[in-house]
Design a protein around this ligand. Structure first.
Ligand SMILES: *Cc1c(COP(=O)(O)O)cnc(C)c1O
Length: 370
């Protein structure tokens, strides 16, 4: 009798595995990060995002190429910035800081505001007036950031906050803060943990080029420890009207629909050029039209809604189609969530949308084509 009960229990346990919660990236990758027992971990359980195979892109490319999306738009505030912010804010808290500041095209401010509140700090954000997507602005407001919209672009805002943090008691949490990159490198770990090996190519949008630098750090750390046996080529993409790293010069008035990468003078440009060289990578630009085409494709064919800046990694990959080796494994980073920029979605879609229809079964059925 007892034996039977125990056996039943065993079968039940085997049949029904219990999935534990993802603990957040600092706890998951503690030994790889510059934290001590005294570091307070300020976390919203970021990281652990899905790596999704993109069947429709595989089909377009052919040659047995496998393309995956690292869907970092599924982080707590909807972008990869959370990976860097959990580290930057935890370290700021450890150092006794009471307020943080950043310049932002939107996502950094959303993440800074959320994590600052979680860590019981004030957050100040400087944004380019009129150039922040609605969803991102809504987040900064809801998370209680103190927002200063300046009549100038991101680059101007960044130079102000850099000076500010030298003179006043506020910690800078833009990607010049080295802890940001430490947090962000964990995305590379997650990719290798999921695939069992590094991909052949990593395709990624570039704004300030902090993220591409962070991924390269992550890939190298796993490689040096022998966890992966190869390093990917790092393929960075910018929007054509905002492509300082492709053109090799500062752009005074960057313009693109992809506001998250509307940056004319990337702070991490030296790092980015080193990544390109070391990884035998390439930097290319994509037009706004190509970005929107990829953006729509992801939504319609894959059920993935990303923001326009993120779609540049897919647009860029498709542009390099002829150069992709047979059997390659490629990861495209989808940096932010589509909900961040509802205006872009409403303006750019091929949906069927009939409005003003009478609430009548016959009429509705007729409109459905029955
Ligand atoms: C910040 C951001 C980027 C650019 O990342 P960098 O580290 O500045 O190169 C790209 N896409 C989205 C959605 C972002 O928020």
């Amino acid at each position: 009798m007892v034996k039977q009960i125990l056996n039943n229990l065993k079968t039940k346990l085997i049949l029904k595995p219990v999935y534990k919660q993802w603990p957040g990236l600092i706890k998951a990758y503690k030994e790889w990060l510059p934290i001590t027992n005294n570091t307070p971990i300020i976390s919203l359980q970021e990281g652990g995002t899905p790596l999704i195979e993109l069947k429709s892109i595989n089909k377009i490319i052919g040659n047995n190429v496998k393309v995956y999306a690292k869907y970092d738009g599924l982080n707590p505030t909807g972008s990869f910035k959370d990976r860097g912010m959990t580290m930057a804010i935890s370290k700021a808290k450890e150092e006794g800081c009471k307020a943080v500041i950043c310049a932002s095209t939107g996502n950094t401010s959303a993440a800074a505001a959320a994590y600052a509140k979680k860590g019981d700090m004030r957050s100040f954000v400087l944004i380019p007036d009129g150039y922040v997507a609605q969803g991102k602005l809504a987040q900064a407001l809801v998370y209680g950031a103190e927002i200063i919209a300046i009549k100038g672009n991101f680059d101007k805002a960044l130079s102000i906050v850099q000076e500010m943090s030298k003179e006043f008691p506020v910690t800078l949490v833009n990607s010049v803060n080295p802890y940001r990159l430490e947090g962000q490198k964990t995305a590379a770990f997650e990719i290798i943990d999921a695939l069992g090996e590094a991909p052949d190519w990593l395709c990624i949008p570039m704004g300030n080029a902090g993220n591409i630098s962070a991924y390269w750090i992550g890939f190298n750390e796993y490689f040096k420890k022998g966890i992966s046996k190869k390093l990917p080529r790092m393929m960075g993409f910018q929007a054509e009207g905002s492509a300082p790293l492709v053109l090799g010069k500062t752009i005074e008035n960057p313009e693109t629909i992809a506001t998250a990468i509307r940056i004319g003078n990337p702070v991490n440009k030296e790092k980015a050029y080193i990544v390109k060289k070391e990884s035998e990578g390439k930097f290319n630009s994509v037009t706004d039209e190509e970005i929107i085409k990829a953006y729509k494709l992801l939504g319609k064919e894959e059920g993935i809604f990303c923001e326009p800046a993120s779609a540049s990694s897919i647009a860029g990959l498709l542009k390099l189609k002829k150069e992709i080796p047979k059997n390659a494994v490629i990861v495209c980073v989808l940096t932010g969530n589509g909900l961040k920029d509802p205006d872009c979605a409403i303006k750019n879609n091929d949906a069927v949308f009939k409005s003003g229809i009478e609430p009548d079964l016959e009429i509705v059925a007729k409109n459905m084509g029955f």
